[in-house]
Design a protein around this ligand. Structure first.
Ligand code: ME8
Length: 514
């Protein structure tokens, strides 16, 4: 069976990870957990991009070798993913031989095939963005300087004239346009497609894919004075991680057939072009099928500016989790802004949502229901109910389709909005039915009312599992669900209690002073 193969970008190791990196990686984790919940085989790949002048420079400043520096920062990424409950299946580093050797072989193959050729590069290079720019793309400003056209970078460009190998990107203009036309799901979300189609439509230049003035990179087998351009190197990770071998290489053990093509590459919008133009053209050149989709999300900004390592205006995910816990961060990032749009990270909004949505709505619902079962039913659920006495859980079952559909579209905010609308309905149901009054007049009705609420909450916790795995497991365990490691389907919830001891506990989300 082909696995659902999902990837994050390979993050640069120039500095420690921040909320932006956590955002993409948590998104991939949410999707991976959701797919696993549905019983699919998932393969989730992440890793680090370790070559290039940018890394070489920071290592030099720190007085260590680039490899020692990369080792340190790659470990920080891996530690953070562990801390954030990220269940990835593979972590690839571009300095690993399983990657670098394959990159050399792929390069040699493309050279032999004639889609890579030797020439002379004259133009401008941005070290910070590791991007080539032409004279027309980066015209001189009023002081005669040429600045990086990326509005978020604006660093001065380096004049570069060097012998270089070129990838015949220009030859792929038509094939790319054809691919976009034939595969409307390739460019995601749809509102980003137009920009790419227009960009490619204007024509593509061949791309310089080797450097002679950089030493920290993968040397070409046939010409070791050149190292592979860092983007050409890094993009190939999605393929090398599967064990892919270029044509002509000896067969060997590989997961390529079980994994490729990738189902979704998740990326930030600033690297969308690399993934939707250069990368698919590279795959075409290799004769390898293209990924099903590339999905670009937006940026977290701080007071309007993109968070970035070089600007130093970034939010440290550990600072947030120290104060709120991991699940709250996972929740907030995806409830606050639609996946695909930009948004400003605000501590105020975080606290507000925490108090209103988590402490008041969800936390309070769980504690009301478990306390009432404790108080009115002695902490035990009755056996299987007469079906006409449990209306709520049956109604809620209908919500699953909408939530699923939102998850398929990676509309995480939409999914959470739907889940929390249900939380609201459950609280309202308690308020309207007043079990505390009803218990005095009709204890039988209270029994089934609470049964219905417990089953509904079990379902809510199931939906929330990909977003808040620890909280959901806690709720399931309070609600007597024994198989906490696995998700509950609505059918399982309805089939009756899988364990009938209901335990109250301390508040899931203690209120914070506003
Ligand atoms: O670009 N908001 O690595 P990188 C949202 N090595 N997401 C953000 C973000 C922000 N403010 N800041 C970073 C690279 N990200 C290359 C990729 S892939 C073969 C090579 C996330 O360390 C987002 O996913 O600069 C973005 O695309 C990625 O981190 C950039 O990480």
């Amino acid at each position: 069976m082909k696995k659902f193969f999902i990837t994050t970008p390979l993050y640069y190791v120039n500095a420690a990870p921040h909320i932006g990196h956590a955002y993409t990686t948590i998104a991939a984790d949410i999707l991976a957990r959701h797919r696993r919940q549905k019983g699919e085989q998932v393969h989730f790949l992440t890793g680090t991009d370790e070559h290039g002048s940018k890394i070489e420079l920071v290592a030099q400043e720190a007085g260590v070798t680039p490899q020692a520096w990369a080792d340190r920062i790659a470990a920080e990424f891996a530690d953070l993913w562990k801390h954030l409950d990220i269940q990835y299946d593979d972590f690839i580093r571009t300095t690993q031989p399983r990657h670098s050797e394959r990159v050399q072989q792929v390069f040699a193959h493309l050279l032999e095939k004639g889609v890579v050729y030797k020439g002379m590069y004259q133009g401008y290079y941005c070290v910070s963005d590791e991007t080539y720019w032409t004279e027309t793309e980066a015209p001189p400003d009023e002081k005669g300087r040429r600045l990086c056209p990326n509005p978020d970078c604006r660093k001065e460009l380096k004049v570069t004239e060097e012998e270089s190998y070129f990838f015949k990107l220009s030859a792929y203009q038509e094939p790319l346009l054809q691919h976009y036309r034939d595969n409307p799901k390739f460019l995601q979300p749809a509102h980003r497609a137009k920009e790419i189609v227009n960009f490619v439509g204007e024509g593509l230049r061949d791309l310089a894919v080797s450097r002679t003035k950089v030493s920290w990179g993968i040397p070409l087998l046939s010409d070791p004075g050149h190292v592979v351009y860092v983007w050409f190197d890094a993009l190939l990770n999605y393929l090398t991680a599967t064990g892919y071998r270029p044509p002509g290489m000896a067969e060997g053990p590989s997961d390529y057939a079980a994994l490729w093509p990738a189902d979704v590459h998740l990326v930030g919008k600033e690297i969308y072009r690399f993934h939707t133009v250069i990368w698919p053209a590279m795959l075409m050149a290799l004769g390898v099928p293209l990924p099903q989709s590339v999905f670009a999300h937006g940026w977290w900004t701080v007071e309007g500016a993109k968070m970035s390592k070089s600007k130093g205006n970034f939010i440290d995910p550990r600072e947030i989790t120290r104060e709120y816990g991991v699940d709250v961060l996972r929740y907030f990032l995806f409830r606050e802004m639609p996946f695909g749009n930009d948004g400003d990270f605000s501590q105020q909004s975080l606290k507000k949502r925490y108090n209103a949505e988590l402490a008041n709505d969800l936390g309070n619902l769980v504690s009301r229901v478990t306390n009432m079962v404790d108080q009115y039913l002695g902490g035990a659920l009755p056996g299987k109910p007469p079906l006409d006495r449990v209306s709520l859980v049956k109604e809620l079952r209908e919500e699953t389709a909408g939530i699923e559909e939102a998850m398929e579209r990676l509309a995480f905010q939409d999914a959470l909005n739907r889940i929390f609308a249900v939380v609201g309905r459950l609280n309202l149901h308690v308020d309207q039915n007043k079990p505390w009054a009803l218990v005095k007049t009709d204890p039988e009705a209270v029994k089934w009312l609470l049964f219905d609420l417990v089953c509904s909450l079990r379902m809510v916790a199931g939906w929330l599992t990909p977003f808040m795995p620890v909280t959901s497991a806690k709720i399931h365990s309070m609600l007597g669900v024994r198989r906490v490691a696995e998700p509950l389907t609505p059918e399982e919830v309805l089939a009756g209690p899988s364990g009938d001891r209901i335990a109250k506990g301390p508040p899931l989300f203690p209120r914070k002073t506003p």
